[in-house]
Design a protein around this ligand. Sequence first.
Ligand SMILES: [Zn+2]
Length: 151
Amino acid sequence: MSIYTLEIKTIRKALKLLAPSLSVRRGRGTGYSWIEISGSKEWGEFTDEEREALTKVGLRPGANFCVISPDDRRYWVETLAKKLGVEIPEELRDEYRRRDIEKARMERRLREIKERQESCQHEWVKMPYLVLFQEDKSVYKCLKCGKEEIR
Ligand SMILES: [Zn+2]
């Protein structure tokens, strides 16, 4: 099962505890990878109870529409799971943990590169690139730390 599907399932489970008549679906067309929440009235309009339920957990329902963007999916999975006591599937937790580890690794790597560049006794070579819109300038690259400069 994809991460997206697991996220939708978790959010659906949580929101159904709040208001069983809400529907939680994957977005279609250009909304793909979004999560759409709609109400039980005509055209997906929310009843007062549904609207209240969504507002209570911090979502902001429009007239007949409430969406969660791809970037916010994790936030809402974790927030709703915590607020409503729903368990996050293990596969999803593993994925989030994996992303956190990867992010920390990337940050550490960037920090290391920055530190190396700051303490480097640079050895510049002129690169054979043209600098767009600055034809009198060149790209220089340090042979030791890889830092590039335009001057
Ligand atoms: Zn250097």
